[in-house]
Design a protein around this ligand. Sequence first.
Ligand SMILES: C[S@@+](CC[C@H](N)C(=O)[O-])C[C@H]1O[C@@H](n2cnc3c(N)ncnc32)[C@H](O)[C@@H]1O
Length: 194
Amino acid sequence: MTDVTLNFYEKNAEDYAAGKLAPNPRLFTFLDRCRPEGKVLELGTGGGVDAAAIVKRGFDLDATDGSSELAAIASRRIGQPVRTMLFNELNAVGIYDGVYACASLTHVPRSDLRGVIEKVYRALSESGVFWASFKAGAEEGSDALGRHYNYLSQGELATLWRAAAPWRTIETEVWLGGAYDRKPTEWVAITALR
Ligand SMILES: C[S@@+](CC[C@H](N)C(=O)[O-])C[C@H]1O[C@@H](n2cnc3c(N)ncnc32)[C@H](O)[C@@H]1O
């Protein structure tokens, strides 16, 4: 594996997975907007805490992560297979009612993000919902742990989403929260409806 960010997750998988104790509270608003018991793709599931909540709510979850170590941990947690898949390997067409990416696409280089958004648009069914959260910022770069972040602003994310595909609606939300590195973090999430 040559990706520095993925190497970080691969090497620190146990510790990273132990750091998230409860599901993302915004997950449930996303699930409420998806077709009940529909098919949900998770990109970058990490240790599988959100995945477990998605399964518990009765959705047909396709959980994925680029780190095979984290995929194995998540798979043990949720009691079903978790696929090792890179974001840019997504080639599904029209099969998901929802695509959920909590703090994962934040690692995609700016120059590659549009391509991933296009792939997600293609993978969604009509009226499918896409939710993704990002560490906000002004300039692409690495954190103290060596992980790469695209660090986009709320406005830049909305512009990128609009340029990538003909979404019916796009909403953004910003809040202050925590992160694995224990630093106060400004987060921005985007919800887009196909
Ligand atoms: C900050 S963690 C978030 C994990 C989980 N969604 C959560 O909220 O705890 C980012 C996740 O994205 C995965 N990831 C990073 N780059 C990736 C890539 N290029 N393709 C697929 N997964 C990737 C990492 O392995 C890691 O699980």
